[in-house]
Design a protein around this ligand. Structure first.
Ligand code: HSE
Length: 332
């Protein structure tokens, strides 16, 4: 049995989704000879550490009951630096002003020789090349499948399945909240405000939903994708962005009458990065509805490959994180 010790830094929807997924996959992983042991969990109020493995069921129950995992006062960096383990799962909330606390957590993990898996977009949208270099300098693995497209395995697809291809361009919908709003406004004639409220109730909108509707969340994801695929060193501020706040129900209705839908489309290629509402024919592969995300990748050998799926959600995001965990288990 190969034992892999992990910490979960940040115990919100994503961190709890990871704990639930590790619990639900325990037996099947054991059958594959893999024992995933969570030795530390932290949230903004404190932490729990157990070098023999935390009982995830009671940790989840305590979080639900008390609103925190805290049993001790150790902070995230105390776990990351001082407790022996192999993988840090960094799932603190996205902060696109300075990337903290995720940035320091990730750099601290690399410096102490730990692999990092993250769902946290902020540090990567600001400091992608610095993080990548730090991981390389320290000889550890850095995986971030969950940062773009939630459950959609876009980095795996491009870097593993399409290995050897040259990617010429990428276009897609990388924000579920705006896609949901545009779909509900067009199909049910809901007002923008009501559709946004519904998206917030679904738990997919950012804490500050202006990040969604102004296109900033899409820009962050596009820049992570472009940096990873094209080796760029851009930040989300390099993306030309137009959000969806000025789209009227009349514009959506007119588009529909002509067999089009309006979608917030991200585009990368030829060195340009743009996020803007575009008219898409109703039967086009990019015309996915509801909270779905979609990415269409144009390559030299495989031609165009389009992939779609759930771009947010606790268990869906944990799917990408588990896949990154298993990549590290197999490649380290
Ligand atoms: N607010 C984001 C969205 C969450 O709507 O896609 C997932 O990153």
């Amino acid at each position: 049995m190969k034992t892999i010790r992990l910490s979960i830094i940040g115990f919100g929807a994503v961190g709890q989704g990871v704990a639930r997924t590790i619990l639900s996959k325990k037996e099947i992983l054991h059958k594959q000879g893999i024992d995933l042991r969570v030795i530390g969990i932290s949230d903004s109020k404190g932490s729990e550490i157990n070098v023999d493995g935390i009982d995830l069921k009671s940790a989840l129950a305590r979080k639900k009951q008390k609103g925190t995992i805290a049993k001790g006062n150790e902070g995230a960096l105390d776990i990351i630096r001082d407790v022996e383990h192999e993988i840090v799962v960094e799932a603190t909330p996205t902060n696109i002003k300075d990337g903290e606390p995720g940035l320091s957590n990730m750099l601290g993990a690399f410096d102490s020789g730990k692999h990092v898996i993250t769902s946290n977009k902020g540090p990567l949208a600001l400091y992608f090349s610095q993080l990548k270099e730090s991981a390389e300098d320290n000889g550890v693995i850095f995986r971030y499948e969950a940062t773009v497209g939630g459950a959609v395995p876009i980095f795996n697809l491009i870097h593993e399945s399409l290995a050897g291809n040259r990617v010429m361009g990428i276009e897609g919908i990388l924000n579920g909240t705006t896609n949901y709003i545009l779909t509900r406004m067009a199909e049910e004639r809901l007002t923008y405000e009501l559709a946004l409220k519904e998206a917030q109730e679904l738990g997919i909108a950012e804490t500050d939903p202006t990040y969604d509707v102004e296109g900033i969340d899409s820009a962050c994801k596009l820049v992570i994708l472009a940096n990873s695929v094209f080796g760029q060193a851009a930040t989300y501020r390099d993306v030309e962005v137009t959000g969806i706040t000025k789209i009227t129900p009349e514009a959506l209705e007119l588009a529909s009458k002509n067999n089009y839908v309006v979608k917030l489309i991200c585009e990368a290629g030829n060195g340009t990065l743009t996020v803007a509402p575009r008219l898409v024919p109703k039967k086009h592969p990019l015309a996915v509805g509801g909270t779905l995300n979609v990415a269409s990748i144009l390559t030299d050998l495989a031609g165009r490959i389009t992939i779609s799926g759930k771009g947010a959600g606790s268990i869906e995001t944990a799917s990408s994180i588990l896949s990154d965990i298993l990549y590290i288990v197999r490649n380290s």
